[in-house]
Design a protein around this ligand. Structure first.
Ligand SMILES: Cc1cc2nc3c(=O)[nH]c(=O)nc-3n(C[C@H](O)[C@H](O)[C@H](O)COP(=O)(O)O)c2cc1C
Length: 153
């Protein structure tokens, strides 16, 4: 099974930590959305899309990439993220990317999210929040999630 993970992690590298453990579990290649050409996904059996959540959505570059992709013909994909609220707001935070992918006939087979540290805006002066997240337990969950989506093929 050939897997590609497309990950943008621009704030603190939190989502990249998740991508790293998922890639290890799946034997996947990780790339930033700026390195993906529209036709690249054809050679992969499974594609993961992940980023931090910014203003309630995945990274705008990831969303824009999906606009450029060809129709998926049922290609299996999974979504992941890190955010201030993690799993609690996953459905809401993943909706924009999920809807775009589904509209292009990609089959979203799984979603993963966990807490991510943040130091933007006034949080910087407070020393940040969600310090040390994702933590070891969350990365273990990410690994198990990846094994699950990988074995579902
Ligand atoms: C500009 C900005 C906007 C953010 N907006 C949200 C948001 O709307 N909801 C949320 O839960 N987290 C929000 N966050 C927190 C990030 O999702 C969180 O820090 C995430 O772990 C960052 O991932 P990254 O290090 O991979 O970029 C925001 C962070 C930044 C810098």
């Amino acid at each position: 099974m050939k897997t590609l993970i497309i990950c943008d992690s621009k704030h603190r590298g939190n989502t990249r930590k998740i991508a790293d453990v998922m890639a290890e579990a799946l034997g996947a290649t990780i790339v930033g959305s700026d390195k993906v050409q529209a036709g690249d996904l054809g050679q992969y059996d499974l594609v993961g899309f992940g980023s931090g959540i910014y203003m309630g959505k995945h990274d705008q570059n990831l969303l824009s990439l999906v606009d450029k992709l060809p129709f998926g013909s049922g290609k299996k994909v999974f979504l992941f993220s890190s955010s201030l609220k993690g799993l609690v707001q996953m459905d809401k935070n993943h909706k924009a990317l999920k809807d775009k992918l589904r509209a292009k006939d990609y089959d979203v087979i799984g979603n993963f999210s966990c807490l991510g540290s943040a130091t933007f805006g006034p949080l910087k002066w407070l020393g940040g929040i969600n310090k040390n997240h994702p933590d070891a337990e969350e990365l273990d969950l990410a690994r198990m999630f990846a094994e699950g989506v990988g074995s579902g093929l």
